[in-house]
Design a protein around this ligand. Structure first.
Ligand SMILES: Nc1ncnc2c1ncn2[C@@H]1O[C@H](COP(=O)(O)OP(=O)(O)OP(=O)(O)O)[C@@H](O)[C@H]1O
Ligand SMILES: [Mg+2]
Length: 389
């Protein structure tokens, strides 16, 4: 049966246009040309998705969104805000009102189609295959040194999977020094310490589930606290490995922020990762450290189907010397370059929203989404077909 989409817009031309685009993609379309009508139709028809215009004369789309979120019948229907406004503040207001995604007019039909598909896929129950069908897998993110943006890449790779309709879990093995919970506005989330301080046999999905904190975007997280006392606890490698292996059955995929450097624990844990993203920045010292780290990682790699992907973060247009020279120094291909986007990173952090969710079309966002998609494609591939790197 075709999924039903409620399109809400006071402008009849755009109502027709969007309706037509959606019908061509095989969806059943219902239309409303005013906010009050949208609310009535949403609870009567329970559509699979609502595409909502922001500027309407009787009631703003933001208000419609807020009311839909308050009503138990309509609160879990995914909502895409659709508007001519492009200001960042409006996007934030949309997310705060409870929107799941945001599209600016005019939108390319292909973009509309892919967002709709991602959003409808996201709403499926976890037991159904997700939109892009990513299996349980672990993606580790390891920084060559502190501060290169490891947590930023981990958060955004996970957020991009979530936006694509997968059911990822973002985690970090950094008890006592976890900053991602704070960055995402989840407070002092101390889920990891609560789990790792239990005997290994108690580390089961049910316990883990009880510690998972859900970000306002819907992204599931299991994060470390920033409380120094948690760093002082001695966690057994066995407990950490049990946690990772159990998470693997729960998150599709699990994105693990491994912090920076290779402590004995992280050396062991990184071997559990199906895919490893090594984050560097384009500074000479980092590049030299990266060569050493990659050498160690290559030595410890036991399974050739496990990939190491090198990502350069915070690349400004003035920085690249010659990327091919850098690749030669590293002895590794650079798989992605993420632009320096200081203002965007700052704003997203102030709003506690991942960069890719905050401004999906920004250059740094597209680069991180592409990285996430590329790794997801590898996860979907049968092991034998994974290209060597
Ligand atoms: N591409 C980028 N452009 C601009 N700023 C960025 C970029 N990536 C990350 N940042 C910013 O750099 C700072 C450090 O990022 P992040 O916390 O992700 O680094 P980290 O490597 O995890 O640090 P730590 O070693 O403390 O865990 C943050 O303020 C973040 O917003
Ligand atoms: Mg970090």
């Amino acid at each position: 049966m075709a999924e039903k989409i409620l399109v809400v817009d006071d402008d009849l031309d755009s109502l027709k246009l969007i309706g037509l685009m959606l019908q061509r993609n095989g969806y059943e379309v219902s239309a409303a040309s005013a906010g009050s009508q949208a609310i009535a139709k949403a609870s009567a028809e329970r559509p699979d998705l609502i595409i909502l215009d922001v500027m309407m004369p009787d009631m703003s789309g933001l208000e419609v969104c807020r009311r839909l979120r308050k009503n138990p019948d309509t609160k879990s229907i995914p909502i895409i805000m659709f508007t001519a406004k492009t200001l960042i503040d409006d996007k934030v207001a949309g997310f705060e009102a409870g929107a799941d995604d945001y599209l600016t007019k005019p939108t390319h039909p292909a973009e509309l189609a892919s967002r709709v598909k991602a959003m409808i896929g996201r709403n499926t129950t976890p037991s159904k295959p997700s939109a892009s069908g990513v299996k349980g897998a672990t993606i580790g993110v390891l920084g060559v040194k502190g501060g290169v943006g490891t947590s930023t890449i981990a958060i955004n790779v996970a957020a991009a999977r979530h936006m694509a309709g997968d059911t990822p879990i973002l985690t970090d093995i950094r008890p006592g020094i976890g900053s991602s919970g704070l960055a995402l506005g989840l407070g002092k989330a101390s889920g990891i310490a609560n789990i790792l301080s239990k005997p290994v046999e108690e580390i089961r999905p049910k316990l883990i589930e009880s510690e998972i904190a859900v970000h306002s975007s819907g992204l599931r997280t299991l994060l470390s606290s920033p409380q120094p006392k948690d760093a002082a606890i001695q966690y057994s490698p066995e407990a950490v490995l049990t946690l990772i292996r159990t998470l693997r059955t729960m998150g599709k995929p699990v994105v693990v922020d491994l912090g920076s450097g290779l402590s004995p624990l992280i050396s062991r844990v990184q071997q559990e990762m199906d895919h490893l993203i090594v984050v560097i920045d384009p500074i000479a010292v980092t590049l030299n450290m990266a060569r050493e780290l990659l050498f160690e990682l290559d030595k410890s790699r036991t399974d050739a189907s496990k990939t190491h992907v090198v990502v350069v973060n915070r690349a400004a247009s003035s920085t690249p010397p010659s990327w091919s020279e850098v690749e030669q120094t590293l002895g590794h291909e650079i798989r992605a370059i993420i632009a320096l986007a200081s203002e965007l990173a700052l704003h997203a952090q102030q709003q506690h929203i991942p960069i890719v969710t905050y401004q999906t079309t920004a250059i740094a966002s597209s680069q991180m989404i592409k990285l996430s998609d590329e790794i997801a494609a590898r996860i979907r591939m049968p092991a034998g077909e994974i290209p060597a790197n």
